[in-house]
Structures are given as C-alpha cells and as structure tokens.
Design a protein around this ligand. Sequence first.
Ligand code: TRP
Length: 327
Amino acid sequence: MSRILSGIQPTGELHLGNFLGAVRGWVSSQGGNDAYYCIVDLHALSGEHDPATLAARTLETATCLLAAGLDPLSCTLFVQSQVPEHTRLAWLLECVATLGELGRMTQYKQKAGRGDSIRVGLFTYPVLMAADILLYQADAVPVGEDQRQHLELARNLAIRFNHHYGQTFVVPEAATPPVGARIMDLQEPRRKMSKSVSSPLGTIGVLDEPAEIARKVKKAVTDAGSEVAYDREAKPGVANLLEMLAAAGGGDPAELAGHFGSYGELKSAVAEAISELLRPLRERYGELAGEPGLVMKILAEGAERAGEVAARTYADAARAIGLLPGH
Ligand code: TRP
C-alpha cells in the first residue's frame, strides 16, 4: 500500500481538464492505497483572490470531488487551512530552501513576469507545496507535467533536511497521470484547459448540462482542412477532440480518427461521450449540493485524520531541527 498525496486549487466547479487529467485518477487510486487529497486554499491566497467567495469555492470544490467519486471511507479529503501544520512545516522548510532554487521555478517566473507587485507568497508557493507533501510522508504524488519542477523541489528539500538534521522525511516520487489525459482549451487548443486563461467557451465545467456541452464542443476551434486525423502539431484542435473522446470512452485517438468522415460527426460524438461521462457526477452533485452540512462534516473528519499524521511529522521535524519540545 503506498501513501499518496495530491492537491487541487479551490477554483469552485472543476472543469473537464481537472476531471480527466487528475481527479479521475485520484478516484481510481483511492482504494488499495492510503490516499490523502488536499484542497489547497492557502495556495489560492498567493494570487489575486476574492475573499467574499473563496470559502464557498472551497466547499464547491469539495462537493465536486465527492460527486466525482472520492469516498471519505477510502481516502482522506481535507482542506489545507484546516490543518495548521502545513504552514508550520512550510516555515521550517523555508529555512532549508534557498533564494536561488525558488527563483528558478518556471511557474513563478511566468507569473511574476506578468505583474510588477509580486507577493512573497507567490515566491514561496512551492515550499508550502513541499510541506503539503512531506507532512504525510507520501511515497507517490500524482501531478501533471506543470508541477514536476515543484515536486523535484520537494524531493530536494526532503533530501537536504534529512541530510542536515537526520532522517525525517520520505522522499516522494512523481506519479504521472495516464497519457492522453491532458485536455486542452477548446478555443485555444495549444493551451491547457484552465478556468483562468480561457474564454468561457474554451472550458467545459463538470456540471455543464448536455446542451451546454454540445454548444461548446460545436464551437470548438478546429483546424484547416476537413479530414479527421490525429496530429497534435498540425491539427491541435481536432487532436484535442479525439483525445477527449478516447479519454471518455476508451480507445486510441489515432484509431478513433478513422471512424469519422467530418468534423461535425466527430463533434457530435465527443459531446455525447462527455455528457454521458459526466452524468453521474452531475446527478450526485445535485444531491450533495443540498447538504452543505454533510460536506463540511466530511471535511472536518478529513482534517482530523490528516491532522494526526501531520502533527506527528511536524513534531519529528521540529525536534530534528532543534526546537524545544512542546512546540
Ligand atoms: N500546485 C498544485 C497545482 O497548482 C496544487 C498543489 C498544492 C499540489 N499542493 C500540492 C499538488 C501537493 C500535489 C501535491 O496544481
């Protein structure tokens, strides 16, 4: 049994990219592993956020995750800010990390490059992420390509801490999600599907009704020509639709391409497959959304379970680094 930890931002409603790229894998990994899944609301503070809606979005994200199939009997689902050891360990790790290595994080460089008033929290974001992982002594961390460098930092901090202060942390490995699960924006198919960058037409929400899904897929950008072929470079729009179809219903995108005589036929099939794929989630969400108290209770229990593990690791780390007991 391996200990798994992963995290997701509290963006509210998940989108299809979150679902196919990450959450579906979380659901299938929860049985047979010791899985911890964390909604990282503290990370959300490192960028522009709306204090009036963050708490509601955090709850909505949790509700979507449960609707998607996370089962509180098979995994520990919790909210980062409800387990105070995350920030406490982050400080210890900040005292191990260097300015140079954080300055090399490409996500930081990209985000900082866009604004002039850069928050310290954006800079130290990867250290908090390392704390998320190391607190649970995770062996495996399912992350997308864009988080690989952050995971590498977490590994380096664990190795360095262990070296200086004695064996304390498990050094985690990245667990790559299945191929073909990198869903792109429907309007900008060279860009990963994401709520923040795209036009509303580019992103399919997991709670979108079938008619809405059909409308967005119909308007999806396709490529010059009319032949349905799987070519990520030359035909990124069509390739994305084929990958969505493969991810939803199985099969191989290149092979599926041969089944369709036109872009229109392909789009109908994609809309249908995605609507069906999301139907159980949509229905379950409808039930859970009426019971916010139940979701809050599941999160409180998750925080309690997570907190037990986190408190033990933090105590070990604090002792190793030289703090007086009673911390
Ligand atoms: N930084 C991750 C993202 O934006 C979210 C995250 C925070 C995370 N802590 C984590 C992912 C720990 C894996 C493990 O997607």
